[in-house]
Design a protein around this ligand. Structure first.
Ligand SMILES: C[S@@+](CC[C@H](N)C(=O)[O-])C[C@H]1O[C@@H](n2cnc3c(N)ncnc32)[C@H](O)[C@@H]1O
Length: 393
């Protein structure tokens, strides 16, 4: 438990945000103890929770208004209470025409009376998110005027020559976010942040890894944003035969395999140097989680990097899971598995697809039995945190 993250958003926060630095450590006990005593339905507390746990988060929906106008709408949670409104940048250029403190769904959920804390809307001219030619970063800085944006809080868009999946394919990887703009935003943001993280860890980038596995690849949301020159290194696997069929038809230069809900996979021991999964551990039961950790440890090469997202602090705060019972359950067990199955892939045989969240402490304790836990970056993929693991050598 003493091997906390020494890179990533919190290191950067310390570098750039000065007094707003937030150290990454297991859940702040005093907050959980306070919650035990307080009625969370009092919205002020929900607000406090969000301000404390989801700092630096940018939750923007993107909509292409016309060929040259993109609108960003949603919420932005500054790093600290001081220093005024957050500032936004498109590839380093400050956005000046902007609406702040407008109504938004986060406020509506937590603070209907006060409201209007975090809402933001702005339009950017000059690109079409459905047809991007070069990388575009939407960044936020907050706090003192000298504070720089934290790259882990940014949103990204980037070039991809693969066709767009149909709405039916998109719904299978996350029902509610089924618009192509969001699909592209999540995919590019994940891959460019992962590349950035690997560089911070001392690797050159994806080229440092001979064989890369996207576990639970869905319809190629992440895989499509690798450079063409890296695609021969890639394998995508999923239990969803419909999306694997779509991938094979539309991304023929990447290897895809349909796998079953239960391990093993068809791969030999030690095959992959880099394994990543976006929003897969967030859907497994406790037993399935352990079975898959064991399988990932088998197919990972010595010294491999394994990067798996979980629902962390941001999810608890933003997704409205801050009800008393949920948090107490978290505190005591470290894992929450929803009582009902998630309907997104209800037709997949052997489906046990649920909604699951973990505490950091649980990850260090339980996942640490399978891998070395190198750190957890909050707010890495939407509200999900990224857990960085390495095989023991
Ligand atoms: C929320 S979706 C995310 C898909 C993809 N990672 C992305 O971000 O676009 C979760 C995916 O995990 C897949 N899945 C669920 N359990 C799995 C398992 N045990 N092994 C591999 N894939 C699994 C689902 O079929 C689905 O495609």
């Amino acid at each position: 438990m003493d091997d906390y993250l020494t890179f990533g958003r919190h290191h950067l926060a310390a570098t750039h945000q000065g007094a707003f630095a937030q150290h990454l450590e297991p859940e702040p006990r005093p907050i959980l103890d306070f919650l035990r005593m307080t009625n969370l339905k009092q919205n002020r507390l929900g607000l406090a929770l969000i301000q404390e746990w989801a700092r630096g988060m940018l939750g923007l929906n993107v909509e292409q208004i016309d060929k040259r106008t993109t609108e960003f709408t949603g919420f932005a949670i500054p790093h600290g209470d001081l220093g005024g409104d957050p500032r936004f940048f498109v590839n380093g250029e400050r956005v000046t025409d902007i609406e702040l403190h407008i109504p938004n769904h986060i406020d509506t959920a937590i603070d209907p009376e006060g409201g209007r804390h975090f809402g933001v809307r702005f339009r950017v001219k000059g690109f079409d998110v459905l047809n991007i030619k070069k990388r575009i970063e939407i960044a936020m800085a907050s706090g003192p005027s000298w504070a720089q944006p934290d790259p882990y809080g940014s949103l990204w868009f980037g070039p991809s020559s693969d066709p767009l999946p149909a709405a039916a394919n998109l719904t299978r990887i996350g029902g509610r976010d089924g618009a192509p703009e969001q699909y592209l935003k999540f995919g590019a943001t994940f891959i460019y942040k992962l590349e950035y993280l690997l560089k911070q860890m001392g690797y050159e980038g994806f080229s440092s890894f001979d064989r890369i596995l996207d576990w639970g690849c869905g319809c190629g949301r992440m895989l499509r944003f690798f450079d063409k020159s890296d695609r021969h290194r890639l394998t995508g696997i999923d239990i969803d035969g419909q999306n694997i069929a779509w991938n094979r038809e539309n991304m023929g230069d990447i290897q895809f395999e349909q796998i079953s809900t239960d391990p093993p996979t068809p791969f030999e021991d030690g095959r992959f140097n880099l394994i990543y999964a976006n929003s897969v551990m967030t859907h497994l039961t406790v037993d399935d989680q352990f079975a898959w950790l064991q399988e990932l440890a088998r197919i990972a090469a010595p010294g491999a990097v394994i990067a798996l997202t979980i629902h962390g602090w941001h999810s608890w705060a933003i997704l409205g899971w801050q009800e008393m019972n949920t948090l107490l359950h978290f505190k005591e067990n470290g894992i929450r598995v929803a009582a009902e199955l998630n309907p997104d892939i209800a037709d997949v045989p052997g489906n046990r697809y649920t909604d699951t969240a973990h505490t950091h402490e649980y990850i260090y304790r339980e996942w640490g039995k399978y891998f070395e836990v190198h750190g957890i970056v909050e707010g890495f993929s939407g509200t999900q945190a990224m857990v960085i693991l390495k095989t023991r050598t």
